[in-house]
Design a protein around this ligand. Structure first.
Ligand code: ADP
Length: 201
């Protein structure tokens, strides 16, 4: 088993006086980071989108990714994946104007009370993105908190499933080098940080 060594540190957000939270944990050769921020600002090989199963575009992080990436993203998803993508799976496109090589469009479950396979589907969405990262030679990947917005998955439960799915993958496959969760707001950051701290004791 990989040693887990958490270090938390505050870091000044660029261009502001605001201090944003960062948490770093090493799983063997792989680094897991939690940061508070906007996933569209990330400079990584792959940015993950929380898409719907029609890949039809929407609000939240999906709207932000399509705005920042430009129309090429929607053109490519329509052309390559006209049937959409099943829940628990993910598909890759190029990243348009984003600072990344790829966008992985992952479809998380809608929360329906927790008895409808939501946990396994959420874990599967993360796993599929990490598999796509390995297939596309991505050393770095940034995730939003899939399903925790309009899809209504309770954030602390989502944090538990998401972080466990990622930890399992990194421990087993030893790649990608860097997996970053980009959490929108202090509340989401806190929920993920509490779970990650709990995992390291
Ligand atoms: P879903 O439909 O999967 O719930 P949403 O986009 O509604 O997807 O929300 C997923 C999470 O992404 C929510 O926690 C939301 O606060 C967060 N979010 C929204 N915009 C961004 C962004 N630009 N960067 C990172 N996270 C974001």
């Amino acid at each position: 088993m990989s040693a887990v060594s958490p270090q938390s540190q505050g870091a000044a957000a660029r261009g502001t006086n605001q201090r944003k939270q960062i948490m770093l944990v090493q799983f063997g050769k792989c680094r897991l980071e939690l940061v508070e921020g906007d996933v569209t600002d990330q400079q990584v090989d792959a940015i993950v989108n929380a898409a719907n199963d029609q890949l039809a575009g929407g609000g939240g992080v999906d709207g932000a990714i399509h705005r920042a990436g430009g129309p090429a993203l929607m053109e490519e998803t329509r052309r390559r994946y006209p049937d959409g993508c099943p829940t628990g799976d993910a598909v890759a496109t190029t990243a348009g104007n984003l600072n990344a090589k790829y966008v992985f469009h992952a479809v998380g479950p809608v929360w329906r009370g927790g008895q409808h396979g939501e946990a396994e589907l959420l874990r599967s969405a993360y796993r599929r993105c990490l598999e796509l990262a390995v297939e596309h030679n991505c050393a770095t990947i940034a995730f939003p908190a899939i399903s925790t917005g309009v899809y209504g998955y309770p954030t602390d439960r989502a944090a538990e499933e998401s972080l466990n799915a990622v930890r399992e993958f990194l421990t087993e496959r030893e790649q990608p080098e860097l997996t970053r969760f980009v959490l929108f707001g202090e509340g989401a950051f806190g929920a993920f940080a509490r779970v990650l701290e709990g995992m390291s004791v």
